[in-house]
Design a protein around this ligand. Structure first.
Ligand code: NIG
Ligand code: FE
Length: 437
């Protein structure tokens, strides 16, 4: 007989993090987003389809998904032969979905910015607040005063929070340091988070987030400093997977972005940029030129942007939380999908424009504000956002060999209920790398 334990989702079991642990989840009402052959992304009309198995089981071996199928096909005898130790969980009619991949966050930060929130309520624009030394520069001031330990602890707590919200992979940017030492401090914190949590984490260097006080009026010199000092220092410690630039009106120009992405590329950092949040600024085109893994925000997208993205390997990524919080126009997601493009959604979790990392809420914004279907928001926050952060081979769907990163819902009627019940948590159990959190 195999040794192991049986439990239900309600009776919380905890066990040590152990790669030899195997897990069988039975009586899953709907196993959502299954893939026999994993895809890179889902585009156009295909986004309205999510492959599911009704009344299913899922087998996890160590950290990875080993097998899944219909309950009628479950061969317990075979499992008894195969495993010395197998924990069984009865999902009792719950849905099982792959964890969200949140491909755009700034969740390492110090302090908070609710004073600016009040300024916004009183009518100041994002650009006006930035000009008054608020915005990103305010966070930079606070970040420089914080120790690495303080930053690590607050960011760790945010990771715990988003884990509970169903996120299993997250991209995190620097960009509140804006000098060599402070940018390195942020990126070292991200590296420690990578080493000490089961979430899949990717790090992005965003030195070109804003021009710091010390370089006021000397933007080109700051770009030179990023290229000549920061990028080599970041690369020397292998701290970043990607390079980002806030390419927009009033921030960094297309020419600055071109130089920065070119420099990053030489050090093996692929582009992943902020573009077209405030204007049709040419950000999308320069991103595509450098084969960016994603171009993000996209409130301003016209025909030229869509043409440039079609046929590229760049994922258009929309951040509905930021548009909601700043009360900005919504990205034309419907037009992009109807044109045959893929779209990813991410939280943009940051203290200024989106102080929330709740990806389930992002799916509700996707449906209500962008007229996306529930199936489309599921694709946009799993497979497509996994691609947008370079983890599509490890996460983003229920596929054999991928990490066992998933969650069990509360007993709900179907997938549509998740974005519909926008204020309800609806997540009963979270599993990362095969371990119940
Ligand atoms: O993605 N747009 C640029 N950067 C962030 C905002 C960061 C901040 O305001 O602190 C964003 O929205
Ligand atoms: Fe952002």
């Amino acid at each position: 007989m195999p040794t192991g334990s049986k439990s239900s989702v309600n009776g919380r079991v905890s066990f040590a993090y152990n790669n030899d642990m195997n897990l069988l989840i039975v009586n899953i009402k709907k196993l959502v987003q299954v893939e026999k052959t994993p895809r890179k992304w889902v585009a156009g009309k295909e986004m309205a389809h999510v492959e599911c198995i009704e009344n299913a089981y899922l087998l996890v071996e160590g950290e990875r998904i080993a097998k899944f199928g219909r309950m009628q096909e479950l061969n317990r005898e075979e499992l008894v032969q195969r495993f010395d130790c197998l924990e069984e969980i009865d999902a009792a009619g719950r849905l099982l979905l792959p964890s969200f991949c949140d491909s755009h966050t700034h969740l390492v930060y110090a302090g908070s910015r609710e004073i600016e929130y009040m300024d916004k309520i009183r009518g100041l624009s994002y650009e006006e607040i930035a000009k008054r030394g608020g915005g990103i520069l305010n966070s930079a001031k606070q970040l420089r005063r914080a120790t690495e330990e303080e930053l690590y602890e607050t960011a760790f707590a945010r990771l715990e929070e988003i884990t509970g919200f169903g996120t299993g992979a997250v991209e995190i940017k620097s960009g509140y340091g804006l000098d060599v030492e402070s940018e390195l401090k942020m990126l070292r914190v991200i590296r420690r988070l990578k080493e000490n949590t089961p979430l899949l984490i990717k790090a992005t260097f965003l030195g070109a987030h804003a021009v710091p006080e010390a370089y006021k009026g000397r933007q080109t010199e700051y770009v030179d400093a990023i290229i000549n000092e920061m990028i080599p220092a970041v690369a020397a410690e292998e701290l970043a997977d990607y390079i980002d630039v806030f390419c927009d009106t009033g921030f960094f120009t297309v020419e600055d972005t071109d130089r920065l992405l070119n420099a990053g590329m030489k050090y093996g950092m692929r582009a992943k940029i902020h573009a077209n949040e405030l204007d049709c600024s040419g950000g999308v085109q320069v991103g595509v030129k450098y084969n960016a893994v994603s171009v993000d925000h996209l409130e301003y997208v016209g025909e030229a942007e869509i043409r440039s993205l079609l046929g590229s390997e760049t994922m258009p990524t929309v951040l509905p939380g930021a548009a909601f919080f700043l009360n900005m126009p919504c990205s034309p997601v419907r037009t992009m999908i109807d044109a045959g493009l893929p779209v990813a959604l991410a939280s943009d979790f940051n203290p200024g424009s989106s102080p929330s990392g709740n990806m389930k809420l992002v799916t509700s914004f996707g449906c209500v504000n962008y007229k996306m279907l529930p199936e489309e928001v599921i694709n946009a926050t799993t497979i497509n956002s996994a691609y947008a952060m370079g983890v599509e081979e490890e996460a983003g769907s229920i596929a054999v060999g991928k990490y066992a990163n998933f969650y069990l819902t509360s007993p709900i009627p179907g997938i549509e209920y998740l974005p519909y019940a926008y204020g309800s948590h609806l997540i009963d159990a979270v599993f990362l790398k095969g371990r119940r959190m």
